[in-house]
Every structure is written in structure tokens, then in C-alpha cells.
Design a protein around this ligand. Sequence first.
Ligand SMILES: [Cu+2]
Length: 377
Amino acid sequence: MKNSYFLLFLVIVFSGCLKTTKGSEAPRIVEQTLKSELSPWEEDQMLTQLNTRDLLRRKMSEPLAYELLARPNIPQEKHRDAINYLKDINNANFGDEVINASILLSERGVALAHLGVLLMEAEELDFDKTWDAIGKLYTDETLTAYLFAGLLLSDYDTAKNAIEKEEDGVFILISSTSLVPDGEVRNKLTNYAIAILSDAETDDLDILEAGILAMKDNEYGLDIMRDSLMATAENHSSINIRFAALEALGNEVETIEMKAIPVMKYDVNSFSVKPGQPVRIILKNEESMPHNVVIIEPGSFPDKIIEELADLYGSADASGLDYIPQTDTVLFHTAMINVDESTELLFFAPEDEGVYPYLCTYPGHWATMNGIMEVKN
Ligand SMILES: [Cu+2]
């Protein structure tokens, strides 16, 4: 009995709510119908449907400014115009406005790296506001990196101290180097990265990679880093890092793009490299079965490798080993990849000149899937 009283009470309250809502909304609807212009919401909808050319022809307005900023593939000066317009109507400064727009547009789920580029033009960013924005926009990694870079540009010491306290602080600081425009702050960051990278004890792959990347477009940093990069290229335990260091030094890595194609064939049946040369093989599987590329000792194709494969195929762990014989015959090999997958193999070519055969070791494939890598000066 008590329950039904309560229900009745709810019904009365609820219908009361309905009435109030209706009452308060009715005049607004009339107001909008009377206006001949589009409502901001209607204008938004209309703008999102316009192609870029038509968009660029329109007179600037608040909705147009946001629509321009939401599209990465328009000229940067248009993005700048949009920020300047918003900055004037909101009475804010340029940097604040880039941050405001970023937060607003992040709700649309678009990548906003192009706004990060604009951020580098701001004279000064407010520390707390920017730090707060980093917390809100952290899922957009590139934009976040720019926000950190913007903080460093505004107040290097304060920003550096704050960033160093973060878990990935060193990584963030080094990554920022390539984002910051040339100048005093970029030099400071470069020196910071050099100090970290020259430290023999640094073996954090992410930091090394970020550092090498930071130096890539930075002649000043590259000059100073040359020795240190060379040592990295020669000695690092990760071949990825060694290759990254070599590429940062401008050394040529020989890249071979190879496809597995129907029926059980490679599209590349021979290539040549220099002794000791860094080689990258990119294998794409456009065939209908799993495939790999296995480079073997000169003279071991076909008899020796076929014998080793026959032994392997009979063993229980053959597929677990990706059909790679665990012998000295095998020099380098890619992973076994499935249909539509691709993989990358990095290695330094043997120092000895010669003809090095390669083949696919998936059972039954060697006869049609083979080729030669010639090593010669
Ligand atoms: Cu195969």
C-alpha cells in the first residue's frame, strides 16, 4: 500500500517536471523560428558538410573558425586566421586560444597535431592552464608533445623541473627537441639530449630512439652526437637502435621490398649488397599461405638445407620454431607471417663476398620460393 502511494507521488512530480520543461522551452523555439538566420547548431551542421574549397570562401565566424581548425589538411595560415579571430572575440591571447580550441575540438575525436604546430607560435603559455590541458588531451600524443614543447618555450626552467618529475620526463624532454623551433630553447634541449645519450649507462630503448630521432633534423646536435651515435651504431645490443643510429648519421641502409605472391613465389629472386652493409628486408605476404625468408650459408642450397629441413619437419616442435632449422646453416631469417601480414628483417650483410641463397622454409615451399643475395663490393 505504501508503495503505490509512493508511485502516485512520483507520477505527480514527474508530470510537474514535464510541464515546467515545456513551459520554459516553448518561447525559445518560437524565437528561433522567427530568426531568418541559422542557429549556431544548424550552422555547425551545415559547415561540417561543406567541402574545403567552399569552406575557405566563407566569411569568418565562430562556427567557421572551429570548423577550419578541425580540418588538418587546410593551409596553416587559415588555421592561424581562425585562432586570431577566436582570440579577438574571446579577448584571449593566441596560445590560450589554441589550447581552448584544442580542448573543445578534442570532443570530436579528431587528431590535432596541426594545432600543436600553431602552439609553437604563441609568445607565452600559462603554466597551470597548459599543464591542465595536458591532463585533458593526453590521448592525442602528438598534441601533448607540442604542449610540453610550448611550456619549455614559455618558461624553460619551471617546465623542465616539472617535466623531470613525471614518470616519462626524460623521454618527454628529449622528444620535445625536434618539435621546438630553432633557437635558444632548442639548443638547451639538444644539449640535454646529448648529455643523456652520451651517458654510457643509458640503455633505455625509448629514450635512445627518441634521442636519435631528435637529432635527425638537427645538424648542430648531429655534429656533436656523431661519435656517440657511431658507438651506438656499432655496439648497441638492439639492432633497431643500431639501424636508427646509422640512419641518423646519414648512412645508407639497403632496403629490399619483397612480396610473397601467387602461386608460392617471391617477386624478388635476387638482390645484391655490399659486405657489412646494413640491410632491411620488408616482406609482405600477398599469397594464400604462411611464408618467411631465410638466408643461408653459400653452397647449402638445396642439398644441405633440404636435409636439415627434412630432419626438422619430423620433429614435434617444427611449427613452434617457425620451421627454422636450429643450425649454423641459417644466417638470418624473418618471422613466418600469415596472409596479408608484413614483417621487417634488419641485419648486417656478411663480410665475406659470395652468393647467399634464401628460401621459404614452410613445408613444400622451397622449390618455388628461393633466390640469391649476392654479397660483393
Ligand atoms: Cu612459403
